[in-house]
Design a protein. Structure first.
Length: 236
């Protein structure tokens, strides 16, 4: 299968579903990371251009750890909106990956860019398969199935399914630590809260709820058409 994860910022995918993606990759599936914004406000000292360049390189490094292909959209951090041009770009990201499954932020997450990605991804899913929705890439021959990944820190998210990521938790941490600039930014902005600390706590909480050491949580997108089930998630 082709698996597409769509995140708002560099490091979002690693934070919320990299363990699941690593399991898919170990099973031989193809993985795509689509990152909507360039993270160009995530530094207390660097210019927008400097931090955007760093975060792009960090994202590439993280993708390399599981052999994922990066789709870099390059929108400005904090200013992602569901307009025609942006929705068209999301349709093309889906068409490029040709996914069987899409993972995206949940619609109740804390950040407006995250919520925009949730809506854009859901709104682009069906048009990606429509011939007369003309973009730079040809339409798909099927509509992908879609899951919402957990909210940051698990706040305001009611899981419907869990994936046991205990066997790949160290790889997930390694992927997150590729994003050194974001880790430094988080420590400065949120009173010494590292991205790995935040991830570990969330993964342990989801693990406790599902009877394993570490887990990631998901909800299924309930809108028509239902082209898959939770059985498409990596199984033990």
């Amino acid at each position: 299968m082709n698996i597409l994860a769509i995140g708002a910022h560099p490091d979002d995918i690693e934070m919320q579903c990299a363990g699941t993606l690593a399991l898919y990759r170990q099973q031989g599936h193809s993985i795509f990371f689509a990152v909507a914004t360039n993270g160009n406000v995530g530094s207390p000292v660097l210019t927008r251009e400097e931090i955007a360049d760093i975060r792009h390189k960090e994202q590439l490094k993280a993708c390399e750890l599981i052999g994922a292909e990066l789709i870099w959209m390059g929108y400005e951090d904090e200013w992602l909106f569901n307009d025609r041009a942006t929705r068209t770009r999301f349709i093309d990201a889906i068409r490029q990956a040709k996914p069987d499954i899409i993972f995206a932020h949940g619609p109740t997450d804390y950040h407006p860019d995250h919520r925009a990605v949730a809506q854009l991804s859901e709104d682009a899913r069906i048009p990606s398969s429509i011939r007369l929705v003309e973009t730079s890439l040809p339409h798909l021959d099927r509509i992908p199935h879609m899951f919402f990944m957990d909210n940051v820190a698990g706040i305001g998210f009611e899981p419907e399914a869990y994936v046991d990521i205990s066997p790949v938790i160290e790889l997930k941490r390694e992927m997150l630590l590729c994003h050194k600039s974001q880790n430094d930014w988080m420590r400065a902005l949120f009173e010494d809260c590292s991205i790995t600390d935040l991830m570990d706590k969330n993964a342990a909480q989801r693990g406790a709820a599902s009877g394993v050491n570490y887990a990631e949580a998901f909800r299924e997108v309930k809108t028509f058409p239902q082209n898959g089930t939770y059985s498409m998630l990596p199984q033990k």
